[in-house]
Write a protein that binds this ligand. Structure first.
Ligand code: ASP
Ligand code: MG
Length: 409
């Protein structure tokens, strides 16, 4: 098999960890596999570099920031190559540009245009181990670019696709995706196989194991991902096509794969604004321009020609969004703006929902029995999300996890 192994910051966080990572690479080579490696910067390094730039200047040029932070991954790639060479392995470091990553020119948040895998494929066929810097590439003019925080996951998946790998192993400090947060539900189970689409829902709900873009990319090219721990040699979670998700001993798949939550949410309501075409665009335009991500949205018709719009934003953007809304409300002669930052979001996720009616009703029943009031609801084909008071979040997660049969025996 041809495998791309990606190691995150903690897996290359010290010389000792680098040696341990080399053990993992070596073991996989011994099994007869061809290996290309993608590394992150040593943990904390990217933050350290960015902080230095900001000490010099409040708004450092994005081009120079990229040149600066790209060094983090060069350090860990070179160190890992040195360690592997010392063991007699033909391993060579490659920067993003050397490895064939071409991106657009949007510094600090570049997108990959294409990866020319010919060069590295030749190295792999010669039995070598390319060690590639994650997170970076070059634009068409040769400027160094980076892919946004957490970008080396996306580098790894893109490389796996470019060299026709059979799969991409993502090594991190957790050993997979769980049916919910084990800190809240000790009986949460590790999910053996999960569909790309489910993984996207988990990722966008704040399961910070993978950059969301990397899952989108893997899904588009059907590249299997194995999320696993570099600390413990156990099988992790496979992220695969929906058709390839099958529980080993059950004929049918469970309806719900997991319960996710996010406390980092705030709710804002703008009341008594004119109910007319273009009003939603007017409300959300300035929010989007500020780069704030709006999530759940509910619009209600109130009295005679007026409407209320309620929506959620990340807690960190709450104050700024409140200011934007107050200004807008005044301009539109609206009635009032109301905010609440002690809310949270809980979701049940599962591709099994597509073929099972009534999941939403079951979820609402369970929450009602516990006396949890639902403030907002939103659904997709494979997810139902409700907004509730933050103080009930643990109760909600625990009861939903058990009601949907996810607790381990
Ligand atoms: N080192 C980069 C970061 O911290 C990229 C990565 O680790 O994925 O964001
Ligand atoms: Mg990461």
């Amino acid at each position: 098999m041809r495998i791309v192994q990606k190691f995150g910051g903690t897996s290359v966080g010290s010389l000792q960890r680098i040696a341990h990572t080399a053990d993992i690479v070596q073991a996989e080579l011994k099994r007869g596999n061809q290996i290309a490696v993608v590394v992150s910067a040593m943990s904390g390094e990217t933050n350290r570099l960015i902080a230095m730039a900001h000490e010099l200047c409040t708004m450092p040029a994005a081009r120079e920031l990229d040149a600066l932070v790209a060094t983090g991954e060069q350090v860990s790639a070179a160190l890992l190559a040195i360690e592997l060479q010392q063991r007699g392995i033909a391993a060579y470091s490659h920067s993003g540009g050397q490895a064939g990553f071409v991106t657009d020119s949007r510094h600090v948040r570049a997108r990959i245009k294409n990866v020319d895998g010919r060069h590295l494929r030749a190295h792999l066929e010669a039995g070598e181990v390319p060690v590639v810097t994650g997170f970076q590439g070059v634009d068409e003019l040769g400027n160094i670019t980076t892919l946004g925080r957490g970008g080396s996951d996306t580098s790894a998946v893109a490389l796996a696709i470019a060299v026709d790998a059979d799969m991409c192993d993502i090594y991190t400090d957790v050993d997979g995706i769980y049916t919910t947060d084990p800190r809240i539900v000790p009986r949460a189970r590790k999910i053996e196989r999960i569909a790309y689409e489910e993984m996207l829902e988990f990722a966008s709900l704040g399961a910070k194991v993978l950059q969301t873009r990397s899952v989108e990319l893997a899904m588009r090219y059907n590249m299997p991902l194995h999320l696993r721990s570099s600390f413990e040699p156990v099988t992790g979670t496979m992220v695969v096509q929906e058709d390839d998700v099958q529980e080993d001993n059950s004929m049918e798949r469970a309806t719900i794969s997991g319960v996710a939550y996010n406390r980092d949410e705030a709710k804002i309501t703008i009341m008594g604004i004119p109910d007319q075409p273009g009003i939603a665009a007017k409300v959300f335009g300035p929010v989007a321009e500020s780069g704030i991500n709006v999530d759940v949205i509910v619009q209600n018709v109130s009295e005679q020609g007026y409407t209320d719009i309620t929506f959620t934003v990340p807690t960190g953007d709450y104050q700024q969004t409140m200011e934007i809304m107050r200004r807008l409300c005044e301009q539109m002669h609206g009635r009032h703006v109301k905010g609440d930052d002690s809310i949270a979001k809980v979701s049940v996720i599962g591709v099994g929902m597509r073929s099972h009616a009534g999941v939403a009703k079951d979820m609402f029943d369970v929450l009602a029995q516990e006396g949890v009031n639902i403030q907002m609801i939103t659904t997709s084909e494979i997810k139902i999300t409700v907004v509730i008071e933050e103080k009930y979040i643990e109760l909600a997660v625990r009861t939903l996890h058990s009601a949907f049969g996810l607790d381990s025996e």
